[in-house]
Design a protein around this ligand. Structure first.
Ligand code: HSE
Length: 311
């Protein structure tokens, strides 16, 4: 195993899912990032190649999420392996699709296999979260948990490691995703958030989150739809996203169950009942940007139940 090239793929994810700021996330099937590890010629982690980032990501181990994640694993194990690492970005940077999380998770899964599987998949979560700390200034797990484990995950962050709760979901739940040609850094999008939330807002948001999770578990799409409300991040962030209200309205008119900001944006996502509805919704959302002559990419995806995989 140790002399072979090991590659792992981790998918895009939607953090917050509108209703659970910093504590709810879901995994898409594509796009995603791949990390490959081969034996290096000298001890240490050497990020020898980054593809698909248009030269934007740093290669220094301590400045790249991939290096930071693998280093935290080696430190925990007290090992000094020689690793030549390649990162292939399939995800756009600063898109709100969990780009840093996908790289972090792919790095953790590839390194774990390279090192002979010292950790379970679940045990990789805290290492992957170190990548988020570097990229966003906060070690939130709403992207890394679904990118690693798949499905829809609820994070209870009050313990170390945090509790990760996998929420059952209807199999015909699909996502329509539109990524406009704009970049929003998560750090900047966090800087505009309110420091305090009024009591009434906190109460209503808790009720929405509980109802949403119940809707997922009971396959109640009407309840899912009624509960997809973000009273905390969306009002503070939507001005960062081109034509937010218009795109959202187009998604709802096309039949989506709900629509909101994917993670910290600028990508918008809509939850839909079935693939056909997701197709129709993605087209409607993309059309808004076409009309405004702003380039965008649209994706549709079911919920990825598997998460990160070895290739
Ligand atoms: N929960 C994080 C945020 C996700 O909204 O800031 C970042 O992708």
């Amino acid at each position: 195993m140790k002399n072979n090239k090991i590659s792992a793929y981790a998918p895009a994810s939607i953090g917050n899912v509108s209703v659970g700021f910093d504590c709810l996330g879901l995994a898409l099937t594509q796009p995603g990032d791949t990390v490959s590890i081969e034996n290096g010629t000298r001890p240490g982690i050497h990020l020898v190649r980054i593809e698909g980032d248009l030269g934007r990501l740093p290669k220094k181990t301590e400045e790249n999420v991939v290096g930071v994640v693998i280093r935290s694993m080696l430190e925990r194990l007290g090992r000094y392996d020689a690793m030549a690492v390649t990162l292939t970005k399939g995800l756009p940077l600063k898109s709100g699709l969990g780009s840093s999380a996908a790289s972090s998770v792919a790095a953790a899964v590839a390194a774990n296999a390279f090192l002979g599987e010292p950790f379970t998949k679940e045990e990789l979560l805290p290492f992957a979260m170190e990548g988020e700390r570097l990229a966003c200034g906060a070690a939130h797990a709403d992207n890394v948990a679904p990118a690693l484990l798949g499905g829809i995950t609820l994070i209870r962050p009050m313990s170390d490691p945090p509790d990760i709760i996998r929420i059952p979901f209807p199999k015909d739940l699909w996502c329509a995703v539109v990524h406009p040609d704009a970049a929003v850094a998560t750090r900047d999008a966090r800087a505009v958030l309110p420091e305090l939330v009024p009591r009434d807002t906190a109460i209503r948001q808790s009720a929405y989150l509980a109802a949403f999770v119940t809707g997922l578990q009971q396959h109640d799409t009407d309840l899912i739809s009624r509960s997809m409300v973000d009273l905390i991040a969306e009002p503070a962030r939507k001005h960062l996203i081109p034509h937010f209200d218009e795109v959202r309205e187009a998604a709802l008119r096309a039949g989506a169950l709900g629509c909101g900001i994917s993670g910290s944006g600028p990508t918008l996502f809509a939850l839909c009942k079935g693939k056909r509805s997701a197709n129709r919704t993605a087209k409607a959302m993309g059309k808004v940007y076409n009309v405004h002559q702003l380039a965008c990419e649209t994706y549709i995806s079911g919920i990825n139940a598997e998460g990160a995989v070895l290739l």
